[in-house]
Design a protein around this ligand. Sequence first.
Ligand code: PLP
Length: 480
Amino acid sequence: MTSYSLDLGRAGVEKLGHRAVDFVADYLDGLSGEPTLYDTDTSALVTRLLDAPPERPGDLEELLTTIGEAAASGMNTASPGYLAYFPAGGLTSSAFGELIAESLNRYTAFAALAPGLVAIEQSVLRWLCGAFALPAGSGGLVLTGGSMATLPAIVAARDSRVAGEVSRGVVYVSEHTHHCIAKAAHIAGLTRAQIRILPSSADFRTDVAAVARQIQQDRRAGLLPFLLVATAGATSTGLVDPLEELGALARREGLWFHVDGAYGAPYQLTDRGRQLLRGIEAADSIVLDPHKSMFLPYGTGILLVRDEQALRAAHTADADYLQDIGQAGGLPDYAHLGPELTRESRGMRLWLPLHLHGVAAFREALNEKLDLTRWIHRELVSEPALELPWAPDLTVIGFRLRGDGAAAAEANRLLLERINASRRVCLSTTRVAGRYTLRLCLQSVRSHAEQAAEAVDLIRAAVHDLAASSGGRRTTTSAT
Ligand SMILES: *Cc1c(COP(=O)(O)O)cnc(C)c1O
């Protein structure tokens, strides 16, 4: 073995590349036969995988076998039956875009160093700004997820509205707001006491009047309301907040209006989504997760801002060792828009699938998920033992066995256990208005009518099994 063995050379690239592609193709081929949940005892596997690397070269076939074993643990979020958190499946075209981008390995922190690759990334951001009707001067940044994308938004809001008086600033969220807002606010130097978590209205959406009242009360107390957060597709319910009213309130009060569309915002590509998301165009910032509703593999979140300058003002930094770097025609330096410096070419994973498949393919896939969700909802509504607390806006359905209190929560826990024990589908749960609720989210690029039908069959069977096994004790599940 020569000391050059780290550099594969052409023959090595082909050998490793072809074998890796075969591995991926085999894996994807077998995916629908894989369980959605693997055995829970992973201690032997984990112990083995925690081994330190060897001094000497390993055998590729053995290593691929190990990778396969590592993949066969936990929750299979890539599987077509994965209907739990926010599944995406993970577009393979995006994974290949990533392989290409990482092999090119260009430095995209400063546009002048890779104007072509930055333009590729910027083209996606511009297209998205256009889709949300953000004005000239808008811009954005590709980060690794919704939580990461939220942080620079909060920092920009803070600096543009309450610079120098941060300790008097107040942020408004609802009980259904994702916890990443509070986390980002905390990192941005705000205390928990500066975040008002308002109860939702009876329809589980942010209560506009309650926010307005709280803003007035805080002003009277000498505080500085500066940020209002609306959710476009809440994590628990998938429901969209009244964006037009919340945006109007934010404008009237001079607050930064942030729309957390990590899950829901990509539905803007569909007609129904655009109706639901009306008002999002007034946002000062929008977060969306391509690794949710644009079906990308995990690791991509996007921040869009109405005023790129506000983002730059909050994050720009200079250093002597960066003095050689110039500007590149009309392209932003991403290093000045967020917390990172060195970053990979993060646009390729979006650009390649968008250009290869075309935008219509994404629209169709999103429409398919909306249609299937409505179908599943209708099927479950016709099941007398179940109650469904809301009609879906997007692709999240909540349901539970009827009944109150701890006994109902326990029955619903058993229901989830039974459904997931099939290992054909995997659902999750949440609490909505204090009630334990099962949650089905049909969002994977690989979930189609077949998975929807299978999910409904498995839910029905589990409901009936439970009713039968609990005998006459459960009077509330009577089918009359
Ligand atoms: C998933 C989610 C987030 C967080 O995004 P990550 O990519 O998991 O960091 C934020 N807000 C909402 C509404 C989400 O659904």
